[in-house]
Design a protein around this ligand. Structure first.
Ligand code: GLA
Length: 390
């Protein structure tokens, strides 16, 4: 009874909130009015709120070509990214929501978010550092995923610098937060450049040995976030001759296996849908692609991924200093509500993620590059998403 009343009150409050937000002002139209798809930056008023006693806002960066990126400091999330298609029309290529309420309440936790302290999985949430065993929050069956239930994606980041094309966010992850050792100070800088690239620079220091693996969890659809076309028509090339196969719970076995000739071979561009339905144990475990690729080159001046949409002609290239990338083909998106931008339901495989990272479960895999950060050392990585058309 009490619960029913509470749910009813929440529902009413939700309606009030939505109506109130809708009445404030209409979202700014950035693209052709005839286009029914949502290619606008959400109304910033819908993001103005106090969470954990901290101010949340929506920030917009814009370059000389009218490319725009909207970022909220709630979870340090990319909310919208408007880039030109082959006709010059701006298309929002990132899935997300139009208001903070949805980001806080709906079940897709990671849309556009900064992920940490440890992106991807740690087996059983356990690892040992300098002889001390640690147990971190377990939130994915028996394993820990993306930093735990209250990972960085749910935290309000401090806005430490904002200019027309740069947003600097900072966060102090306290010793013991989600079970991780050490006070970790993180600075993430988003820079929208005039060559239509978005750079994300990550910096962190700690006062005790810890493990760290930071990434961004943007869900891309180069047909447009609210497009009915999924991502299986996208062409994908990954400069990776190998990947890290997993067990049924997506924990790496520790092996590094060649992709050559199989469903995981993206060394030359191919449509994502081409082999996604192939009879393959690894694809069955991932319900599609949800795997870490071992990048051949990982310096920020080398392209590691090229993705393009034959519909819009938008091409995205990824550059990173990281050794790996998780290619996730949106297999858990369900599309059972219409809370996406423009009132669309985000359906199965309507977006994909390309999470630059160190390999999953590295703290328990001596053969993988180390994710340990010690006092006196700095963690610095850079990932760039660059947009052109073809
Ligand atoms: C990551 C994981 C996936 C899934 C998504 C979020 O990409 O690897 O298994 O958890 O996040 O749904």
């Amino acid at each position: 009874m009490r619960k029913k009343f509470f749910n009813g009150a929440l529902f009413a409050a939700g309606i009030f909130f939505t109506v109130a937000c809708n009445n404030v002002s209409k979202p700014k139209q950035t693209s052709g009015a005839a286009d029914s798809l949502q290619n606008t930056i959400p109304d910033s008023v819908s993001f103005d709120a106090k969470v954990d006693n901290k101010q949340v806002k929506l920030y917009t960066l814009k370059n000389k070509n009218d490319v725009e990126v909207a970022i909220t400091n709630y979870g340090g999330r990319l909310v919208s990214l408007l880039v030109p298609d082959r006709k010059g029309k701006l298309v929002d290529v990132i899935l997300g929501y139009e208001n903070l309420k949805n980001y806080r309440e709906l079940k897709e936790n990671y849309f556009g978010a900064l992920i940490g302290r440890y992106g991807n999985r740690i087996a059983n949430g356990k690892f040992t550092l300098d002889g001390t065993p640690y147990q971190v929050d377990v939130n994915d069956g028996p394993n820990s995923l993306h930093g735990g239930s209250n990972g960085f994606f749910k935290q309000v980041w401090d806005v430490t610098k904002v200019t027309g094309q740069t947003l600097e966010l900072s966060y102090l992850s306290k010793d013991g937060e989600e079970g991780y050792p050490g006070n970790l100070k993180i600075i993430v800088t988003y820079t929208l450049k005039d060559d239509n690239s978005l750079e994300i620079a990550y910096h962190a220091t700690t006062d005790k040995a810890t493990v760290i693996n930071l990434t961004n969890h943007a869900y891309f659809n180069l047909n447009g976030a609210s497009s009915p076309d999924g991502i299986t028509n996208h062409l994908l090339q990954i400069n990776a001759d190998a990947y890290t196969p997993v067990d049924s719970l997506l924990i790496p076995t520790g092996k590094i296996e060649t992709v050559k000739g199989g469903a995981f071979d993206f060394t030359t561009a191919k449509a994502i849908g081409k082999d996604i339905g192939a009879k393959d144990q690894q694809l069955a475990y991932g319900k599609g692609y949800d795997h870490n690729f071992v990048l051949n080159k990982h310096r920020n001046d080398k392209v590691v991924v090229t993705l393009s949409s034959p519909v819009t002609g938008i091409q995205m290239q990824v550059f990173t200093t990281e050794p790996g990338i998780q290619f996730y083909s949106g297999n858990f998106l369900k599309g059972d509500d219409k809370n996406g931008k423009g009132g669309v339901a985000y359906k199965y495989r309507s977006a994909l993620c390309l999470e630059t990272q160190h390999f999953p479960d590295s703290p328990n895999q001596p053969g993988f590059p180390s994710t340990v950060l010690t006092p006196g050392k700095a963690y610095n990585t850079v990932t760039t998403y660059s947009f052109t058309t073809k």
